[in-house]
Ligand binder design. Structure first.
Ligand code: ANZ
Ligand code: ZN
Length: 813
C-alpha cells in the first residue's frame, strides 16, 4: 500500500504534460471549442498569491471538465506587465523594468506550472513585449483615425505623491487608489478615448450576456444612463433683460414650480461671462478659486458641507410661474455633468434641501404628501400628487413630468454618467502613444509600418515635477522627422495607462504570435467569444467595461468577430489572512503558495482553495482546513491504491462481479452532484460530496472497476496529479482530460434516501433514513413508530406534530 508522495507524483505528471503538449489548444479542431479565461496576473515582485490560485484553480476545474466533455479547450495565460509598481521598483533600484519584469514572470511561470494548471503555454502573452504592444499601438491608431482618441486640456485628477494623472475611476473617495494621497485638480493636455460614444451599446448589450447579476449592476451604474429634460431659464439683471439663459438638466421636471433658486457649477462659462453684471464679483471669484482644486468625488460626497456664493445683481426667471429666483455658484454642482447647472428644488431634493437650510432659502413643496404650509424636515423625493403648481395641481406627478416639460418647451435629453476615458499617463513603463507633433503638419500619427514605437533605454525613470513623462528628457528619442513633410517633429512622450494591454489580450490568445495582425480573423472566428471569464470583483467595473469597449470598436472595424467579448463572467471572493483581514506584507499574514505546495503538494492546495467556502465569498486562510483536505487526499489515495492492488473485498469484479447497491447509488448521486456543482461554481459542496462517498467506501462494500474509474474521473478536475497517477496505475495510457466525463444512471438517483430528524418537544430523539419520496403522513407515522420517540413520549398523546419537508418531524406534547 503506497503512501502518497505528492512531490514525486506531481513533478512526474507536470513534466509529461509539458513534454507532450497535452494542453495545447488546437486551432480549427473539429471538436466544439471552449474558451475559458482568467484575468492574467500583473507580475509583481511578490509572486503568485492565494487569490490567483483560487481563481485559476476554479477555471482549471472547468477547463478539465470541459475537455472530458469533448470540447477543444483554450485555457491561456500571460502577463499584464506594464504598470507602476515595476516602475517604482526601477526608480528605487535603477534596475530596468524589463529586467525586473523578466525575473517576475519567470517566478510566476514556475509557480503556475507547479500548481498543475492546464494552461496552453504556447500562447503566453506579455503586454510589455514590443511584439505585443505593437498591436496595442495599432489599435490606438485606429481609434485615432476614427476620431475616438483625441487630445484635450482637462482638469485632471493629479496625485501629488505618485506624480501621475489619474482616471476618475482611480480616485476612491477623493484619494489616490494606489497610495491614498488626497488627489488635486490640474489642467493638463491629455489623451482621451471617446468611450461615451459606445455608452448606449455597452448598456444595451448587457442583455445578451450571462454575467453575475451584481456584475451587470456595476456596469449599469457606472454607465449611469439618466433620462431627463433640459429646461431654459432666462437671466434677468437689474438693468434691462440680458438675453442670457441658463439651461439645466433635470430628471424631475414635475418639480419645476418648486424651483426656488438655481446653481451654476463654479467652472460654468456663464459665470465669468456675466462678470460685469455680478455686483459681488470679488467674492465669487474667490470662491471659484477655492473650489477649483477639489476632486469631484469630494464635492458630491454625501454629507459634504454645502458651500456657495450668491451671484448678486442677477436673477433667473422660473419659466413655470415667472417668479424671479436667486442664482448661486456652489461646488455641489459639477461642470462635467448635464449642463453644469441645476434648478434647485429643496423640498424634493436632499442636497438642495441641505443647501437651502444653510442659506435660508425658500423650501416650497409641490408634491403631496408633503403638507401644505408646513415646513418639511427633509426632502420628499418620491412621486405623489401635484400642489402649488398652478393648473397642474391634483395631477399625478409622474404624468406631470411630460406635461410640465411641454408647458415650458423643455427638451427630452439622455445623459450618461460615464465620462470619456483619460488615456495618457506621464510615465515610462507603458506603451508609447504613437503620435508625432510636427511644426508644420501638426499632429501626425506614426505610420503603421513604423510600429512598434519602442521604449528607449534610459537611466532615470523618475517622473518630472512639471508632470511630464521621463521620456521627455530623452532628446534622441523625442526628436524625429515628420513622416509627412520631412521637417522636424517630436514624439508624444505620454504613455498609455495600464488598462490598455488588458483591453484586448483575450483576442491575442487566439493567435499569440501573429506579426501581420493583432490576430488572424479566421482563428478569432473559431475561438471567440470567451465562453467563461472569471476574475476578481475589483475588475468587474473598469477593466470589464474598457475591454468590452475595445472589443466593440474592433468589431466595428472588422478586427473582432463578435460584438461582446465575454459570454459569461463570474468572480471569486478574496482569500483573506488567517485573522480575516486582507493579506498584506505589513500585517505579516501572507500565505505563499510555494511553501504550501512544498509542504502539502499542489493537489492539496487546489482542493483546499476549492473547499474553503462558497466560491463567491471572502474566506480567511485556515491551516486546519488545509490539513483536512490533505488528509482527504491521502485517504483517497490509500483507498484507491488498495483497490488497484485488489486488496480484499473492495473490488467487486474480483469478488464475483456483485457490487454493493447502496454504494453504487451513492456514486451515481455523487457524479450528478459534482458535475452540476462545478457548473454552478459550488466547488465546496462538490468536494464534500466526494468526501461523503469516500467515507462510505472506507466502510467497506464492493466497488466494480467501472465505478472505481468513474470515481477517479470526477476527482480529476480538482486533484489532477493524484487522479492521473491512479489512472496510469490502472494500466491506462491515456490522459484523463480526454476520457469522457462519466454519466450517472437516473434510475439510481431516484432511489435517493433522506435523513429525517425526529424530535420530541424540539429535542432530538432519533435519526432515521427514509425514501426521498416520503409523504408528510408517512413521515409522521414513521416518527411515531420510532422506539426512541415512543420512549420519550411515555404514553402521552401528542398535541401537535410539525413536519419540515424531508428534514424533520417534531412531536409536541
Ligand atoms: C431638479 C430636481 C428636483 C432634481 C428634484 C432632482 C430631484 P441623475 O439621476 O444622476 O441624472 N443635477 C443635474 N446636473 C447636475 C450637476 N452637474 N451636478 C450636480 N447635480 C446635478 O441626477 C439628475 C439630477 O441631478 C437632476 O435633477 C439635478 O437635480 C441634479 F426633486 O433637477 B434635479
Ligand atoms: Zn510635418
Amino acid at each position: 500500500m503506497a503512501a502518497y508522495d505528492a512531490k514525486k507524483v506531481e513533478e512526474k505528471w507536470q513534466k509529461k504534460w509539458e513534454k507532450e503538449g497535452v494542453y495545447h489548444a488546437e486551432d480549427f479542431s473539429k471538436k466544439p471549442k471552449y474558451y475559458a479565461l482568467v484575468e492574467f496576473p500583473y507580475p509583481s515582485g511578490e509572486g503568485l498569491h492565494t487569490g490567483h490560485v483560487r481563481s485559476y484553480t476554479a477555471m482549471d476545474v472547468i477547463a478539465r471538465k470541459k475537455r472530458m466533455e469533448g470540447f477543444n479547450v483554450l485555457y491561456p495565460i500571460g502577463w499584464d506587465a506594464f504598470g507602476l509598481p515595476t516602475e517604482n521598483y526601477a526608480i528605487k533600484t535603477g534596475i530596468h523594468p524589463k529586467i525586473v519584469t523578466k525575473k517576475n514572470t519567470d517566478t510566476f511561470r514556475r509557480q503556475l506550472k507547479s500548481l498543475g494548471f492546464s494552461f496552453d503555454w504556447e500562447r503566453e502573452v506579455n503586454t510589455s513585449d514590443p511584439a505585443y504592444y505593437r498591436w496595442t499601438q495599432w489599435i490606438f491608431l485606429q481609434l485615432y483615425k476614427k476620431g475616438l482618441a483625441y487630445k484635450e486640456k482637462k482638469p485632471i485628477n493629479w496625485c501629488p505623491s505618485c506624480k501621475i494623472g489619474l482616471a476618475n475611476e482611480e480616485v476612491i473617495a477623493g484619494k489616490c487608489e494606489r497610495c491614498g494621497t488626497v488627489v488635486e485638480k490640474r489642467e493638463m493636455e491629455q489623451w482621451l478615448l471617446a468611450i461615451t460614444k459606445y455608452a448606449d451599446r455597452l448598456l444595451k448589450d448587457l442583455d445578451t450576456v450571462d454575467y453575475l447579476e451584481k456584475i451587470k449592476t456595476q456596469q449599469v451604474n457606472w454607465i449611469g444612463k439618466s433620462e431627463g429634460t433640459e429646461i431654459d431659464f432666462a437671466v434677468k439683471d437689474s438693468g434691462a433683460g440680458s438675453g442670457e439663459k441658463i439651461t439645466v438638466f433635470t430628471t424631475r421636471p414635475d418639480t419645476l414650480f418648486g424651483a426656488t433658486y438655481m446653481v451654476l457649477a463654479p467652472e460654468h462659462p456663464l459665470v465669468t461671462a456675466m462678470k460685469d453684471k455680478i455686483s459681488n464679483w470679488k467674492e465669487v471669484a474667490e470662491y471659484i478659486k477655492k473650489t477649483s482644486g477639489k476632486a469631484e468625488e469630494e464635492r458630491i460626497a454625501e454629507g459634504h458641507e454645502k458651500t456657495g456664493v450668491e451671484l448678486k445683481g442677477i436673477n433667473a426667471v422660473n419659466p413655470a410661474n415667472k417668479e424671479a429666483i436667486p442664482v448661486f455658484v456652489a461646488d455641489y454642482v459639477l461642470a462635467t455633468y448635464g449642463t453644469g447647472a441645476i434648478m434647485a428644488v429643496p423640498a424634493h431634493d436632499e442636497r438642495d434641501f441641505a443647501f437651502a437650510k444653510k442659506f435660508n432659502l425658500e423650501i416650497r413643496p409641490v408634491i403631496q404628501p408633503v403638507k401644505e404650509g408646513v415646513v418639511p424636515e427633509a426632502a420628499y423625493v418620491n412621486n405623489g400628487q401635484m400642489i402649488n403648481s398652478g393648473k397642474f395641481n391634483g395631477m399625478d406627478s409622474e404624468k406631470a413630468k411630460s406635461e410640465i416639460t411641454k408647458f415650458v418647451d423643455g427638451r427630452a435629453k439622455t445623459q450618461f454618467h460615464l465620462r470619456d476615458w483619460i488615456f495618457s499617463r506621464q510615465h515610462y513603463w507603458g506603451e508609447p502613444i504613437p503620435i508625432l507633433f510636427c511644426e508644420t503638419c501638426g499632429m501626425v500619427p506614426v505610420p503603421e509600418e513604423d510600429l512598434p514605437v519602442t521604449l528607449p533605454e534610459i537611466e532615470k525613470y523618475q517622473p518630472t515635477d512639471t508632470g511630464e513623462s521621463p521620456l521627455a528628457a530623452v532628446k534622441e528619442w523625442v526628436n524625429v522627422k515628420c513622416p509627412k513633410c520631412g521637417g522636424p517633429a517630436r514624439r508624444e512622450t505620454d504613455t498609455m495607462p495600464n488598462w490598455a494591454g488588458s483591453s484586448w489580450y483575450f483576442l491575442r490568445y487566439a493567435d499569440a504570435k501573429n506579426d501581420k495582425a493583432l490576430a488572424d480573423l479566421k482563428k478569432l472566428k473559431y475561438w471567440m467569444p470567451v465562453d467563461w471569464y472569471n476574475g476578481g470583483m475589483e475588475h468587474t467595473t473598469l477593466h470589464l467595461l474598457y475591454s468590452r469597449f475595445w472589443n466593440k470598436f474592433l468589431y466595428d472595424i472588422g478586427s473582432s468577430p463578435v460584438s461582446e467579448a465575454y459570454k459569461k463572467r463570474t468572480s471569486q471572493g478574496m482569500v483573506l489572512g488567517a485573522g480575516g483581514e486582507k493579506m498584506s506584507k505589513s500585517k505579516g499574514n501572507v500565505v505563499n503558495p510555494d511553501s504550501v505546495v512544498a509542504e502539502f503538494g499542489a493537489d492539496t492546495l487546489r482542493l483546499y482553495e476549492m473547499f474553503m467556502g462558497p466560491f463567491e465569498q471572502a474566506i480567511p486562510w485556515d491551516e486546519k482546513g488545509i490539513l483536512g483536505t490533505e488528509r482527504f487526499l491521502v485517504r483517497f489515495f490509500r483507498y484507491a491504491t488498495a483497490w488497484i492492488a485488489n486488496d480484499g473485498a473492495a473490488n467487486a469484479d474480483a469478488a464475483g462481479g456483485e457490487e454493493d447497491v447502496a454504494t453504487r447509488a451513492l456514486l451515481h448521486r455523487t457524479i450528478k452532484k459534482v458535475g452540476e456543482d462545478i457548473e454552478a461554481l459550488k466547488f465546496n459542496t462538490a468536494i464534500s460530496a466526494l468526501m461523503i462517498l469516500l467515507n462510505k467506501l472506507e466502510e467497506g462494500g464492493t466497488f466494480s472497476r467501472a465505478s472505481f474509474e468513474a470515481l477517479i474521473k470526477i476527482v480529476h478536475p480538482f486533484a489532477p496529479h493524484a487522479a492521473q497517477e491512479l489512472w496510469s496505475q490502472l494500466k491506462h495510457e491515456s490522459y484523463l482530460d480526454f476520457e469522457p466525463w462519466p454519466n450517472y444512471d437516473p434510475a439510481l438517483i431516484a432511489e435517493e434516501t433522506i435523513t429525517l430528524i425526529l424530535q420530541v418537544n424540539s429535542k432530538v430523539r432519533d435519526v432515521v433514513k427514509a425514501a426521498s419520496s416520503i409523504t408528510e403522513a408517512d413521515a409522521k407515522a414513521l416518527a411515531l413508530a420510532s422506539p426512541k420517540v415512543q420512549n420519550a413520549l411515555k404514553g402521552q398523546t401528542p398535541k401537535k406534530v410539525i413536519y419540515v419537508d424531508k428534514k424533520l418531524v417534531n412531536i409536541v406534547i
